[in-house]
Design a protein. Sequence first.
Length: 337
Amino acid sequence: MLYWKCGALSKSAEMEDGMKYDAFISYRRKTGFLMAQVLRELLKEKGVRCFLDLEQEHSGQFDENLFVAIQESANFILVLTNGTLERCVNEDDWVRREYLEAVRLNKNIIPVRYPDFTFPQEKELIQQLPDCMKMLDTKQGVLLSQEYLPATIEKIRDYLVDVEEPVSNLLQTDAFFQEGLKKIASVSGVDMAFHAGAEWQRETEKVDILTDIIDRHLKLRVLVNTGDVAELVCSNMRQPLKKYVSLDDTAAEWDELSKKFPQNIEVRISDVPLMHRMYIIRGKDGGAVNVKYYTYGNYRPSDNYHVTFYGTDDAYQLYTKEFDYIWEKASRTLGTN
C-alpha cells in the first residue's frame, strides 16, 4: 500500500520495526476530543493500538513525552475539525508541534477530516503555516462520517501501515457466513440472536450477507432483546454496545424488515437476556454455529469466548436447541408480552 509522507508517496518498507503503538492520534482539544476518543475505541476493536493524550486541558510547557509517543507510533492520524489549522500559525501550538514531529520522523500521516472542517482561506494566514501543513489542502485523506462510521473506520484501517493482523483461529462474522453458506450442503435456514444487531442494516459486509440470504430465499429467524433488557445487560459490559440508533428503534427496524420480506424473515422480541451472540446456519446434514460471549467486567476483552462449530456434534446441537427454546418463548410481535 502507498501512503503519504508530507506530500510524497512511499512504500511502508521504510517504516521502523518494533513500534509500541500503531497510531498516534492528534486532535484539537476544544473541538475534536470526543471524536478522537471514538476513533481510538473503534480502531482498538480492529486490533489497532492507538496513543491518545486524554487530557482535555493543558497548561504550561509542551509535554515532551508526546514526541516519544509519536516516535513509537508507526502512523500519525490528524483529526481535522473546524478551526484546527488557524491556531497552527503559532509556533508553540500543540497540534502544529505534534504534526511537524511526525513529518520530521517520516511517519505515515493520515488526515481525517470532520464534515465541518475547511482549510483556511486567508492568504496571510496560509503563508504563516508550515509548508507541509499547506499541503493538507491538496490531500484527500479520510472524510469522517458519523452516519457511516464503520465504513470510515475501515477506510482509516486500510490506510494504516505496519499494523500486525491479529492472530486468531476464530472466524469473524463476515467470514463465517461467507464460508458457511458455501460449505454447508442444502442450507435450509439461518438464525441470528443478539442484543440489538443494528450493524446488520448499516455495515456494508453484513448488508451484503443479509441481501444474499434474502435473494436465496432462505428462511431467516432473528431474535433480539427488548430495549430495556438490552440496556440492562449492556450496562454491565466492559466494552459498551455500539449504538447506531436507540435499542428500541433497532428492534423496530428488524420488525419493519420482517414486514417487508414476510416470506423470508421472521423476528421475535425476547425479554430473556441474551448473554451471548449466536449465528446459526442450518443444513440438511448438520450445519454451523458461531458464538461469541460478551465481556462482563473482564479486564482482558480479547479473552471473550468466541468459537465456531461445524457438523452435528454436541456443541452444535446445544446451541441450536438453546436458540429454539428462546425462540418459542419470545414474543411474536413487537410490543407484546
